[in-house]
Ligand binder design. Sequence first.
Ligand SMILES: [Ca+2]
Length: 381
Amino acid sequence: MRHTSVRSALVIVLAAGVAACGSPAAAPAGGAAASTPAGGVASGPAGVATSTARSSPSAAPDLASPEEMARGIDVPWGLAFLPGGEALIAERDTGRVLRLAPGGRPALMRQVAGVDSGGEGGLLGLAVSPGFATDNLVYAYLTAANDNRVVRFRLDGGGQEVVFDGIAKASFHNGGRIAFGPDGMLYVGTGDAGNTASSQDPASPNGKILRITPDGDPAPGNPAADSPVYSLGHRNVQGLDWDPEGRLFATEFGQNDLDEVNLIRAGANYGWPQVEGEGGTQGGRFTNPLVTWPVREASPSGMAITAGTVYVAGLRGERLWTAPLDGDRLGTPTARLTGAYGRLRTVEVAPDGALWLTTSNTDGRGDVRDGDDRLLRFPAR
Ligand SMILES: [Ca+2]
């Protein structure tokens, strides 16, 4: 397996890009619009205020109280929060990372280098380092010229380091979600990139959930020593989150029939391409999903867990699926927000317990509405 540790990482100096884009600037306090050269980002339609209704981390998101936090975002994909509650948003096709301060408007934070967008590829997932307060690091999953890779950079500037590379790319099935687990390791959801055999190949990083150290090495305790593979037999994983007990759940896209939510166990095999949805386990070789949906009702990308509920953002299904957590199982799913905002890509929980949701109508597969794409917030109370 090809992978590059940070010690030998290619460092791409971003001086030119940063200079061209101006200094990273957070929106000023008090809600005034920041003036940035980020196209429509800070100069969207007037009257789009960032609301900051009180939210309690111990409460459940109120899906009946949407707040529009931003509009005019170009194919939002990754969404992550800084410890203080500011949001970082990745734009898939432009490769820009935007920063949204509470009470402000999105401002261009960084132009990620080497993004080769096309099809489903581009600048995809974002994750904030668990040690951000001291290391200032942000991680991103991106489609580059020849592969998919994870990079990191300091939010306050400087170069970009490759953390993990060599994940095959394609027009479709690039995976792209990254998240730090409660163990401090970085989990990476990948896709089969159209080569279904890779999902069952333990030597390939494709069609897997990978578990790596923050420096990009195979994480200690992985099922196979010196391998980044944590679970295999996946088709295209774009949703990852943990329950309060530390159990990992993940979404993946089905091909023709069935999307899945899986409970992820180290070393388990989730069946693709032999099985889509529920199927024979071949004597326990394969693990069946907890929940399935017809692809027209879901096509799930992001997933978030809060207040005892799993939230799954549906692209083609244009709805937010919710399902109650029941230990290591899920209760009966309920569809919410059906058709209200179009395609839904990413769902994340902010430090204050609010649920944030991104639309994905500008991704080439949706009907673009006035103001797309949007960033929505549902305070918890
Ligand atoms: Ca499966």
